[in-house]
Design a protein. Sequence first.
Length: 72
Amino acid sequence: MSRDIKLRASKNKEPKPGFDGDIDTSGMTAVAVQIFGSNAPTAVAYCGLDAWLEGDDKKVRFWGEVLNRLAT
């Protein structure tokens, strides 16, 4: 394997950001409003629906809490 190929292979193994549940619901609520504005509840509802379709109860609860914060 050449050095260039090894470098590309090691770059592909870097961890990619994803949902890890470390962000709190108030932080995510603020981010959703910042990104989506008045459409934040709809965007968050779609995230919750996607989590529900995946069968990920942890994500469903998280997005449900974020949606609840947006509704109040």
